[in-house]
Design a protein around this ligand. Sequence first.
Ligand code: ZN
Length: 327
Amino acid sequence: MRINNKLNIKILDKILKLRYEKQPKLRKIKKKLLSRQIAYKDIIDQESRNYDNDLLDETEKSRWDRQIRHPLINQMKIKNAKIVVFGCGGIGSNVLLGLVYAGVYNFKILDFDKINYSNLNRQTLYTPKDVNNLKIDKAKERLSKINPEVKVDTFNMEIYYPLDQDIYKIEEKNYSKEVLLIDNLIKWADYIVIALDYFGSPYLINDLCIKNKKPFYWGGVNHFLGDLFNYDPNNNSACLRCIFGKTDFINKTQFLRYKTKEDSFKGVNLGTTVIVTGNLISELIIRDICSIKNPFHGNYLIYDAYNFEIINIPIERDSNCICQNLI
Ligand SMILES: [Zn+2]
């Protein structure tokens, strides 16, 4: 199927005229934004993108009809993507929901914690009935309810990794059992989500992703600020250590909030800020799966829910960072 751009813009014009009759200014802005999207080079020739959407069964075709008809969305690629999510709390919950609703089928999830009532303002996978149950069990149950065909492997494990350990100095054959498991999960995955509070553990996953040349997405929320970072192995991207430093990063940056494991439980936030931040990560992952231009690779994004804006901060790779030794 070939997309006729002129026809699309004509139809678009008609819709905009009807919808924004009373608001000509708004209509003009909407038209400009939508025309720009329609004019994307990769929309023009859908055939060259080799979608295999015919391999989907009739239920799948109907369920993801709106996405399949979107010329930029490759539903088969979404179906076949393999995602590992470290941490099934606020960010992890919302990333998982965004991805399973979008049509991702393959997950491995890791968490050690049980659900409590204070989780339920933002951890949208869970309900009051789930309190005192393991997050991974209830997450698997919920994801399977949303799509019974989904495959979810669960790992009941707490990752605690001291900040001052450098994984690059350890040979793979000498990895501990814990590090080996995490390394295997990363090797299996196409995309990795780091949704853990305490910072030593994200550093371990950061290092293993760089070693394995795998992209990861990190997110965290405090107050009205949602922070996101996306490491891209193919783009000379900075890493979490480039941003936050080696061991004395606590005082270096305003972004980082937790000094000790205990501190990380003191976070305050509005549930919706966490939900939006998690979903921004799902959206970035879906864009990457479908090879849609991602202008945020290697950048630090702050979703400022208070002023209602997204701040995009390009991050340079630190030439003294240990990620230089990992590549
Ligand atoms: Zn680095």
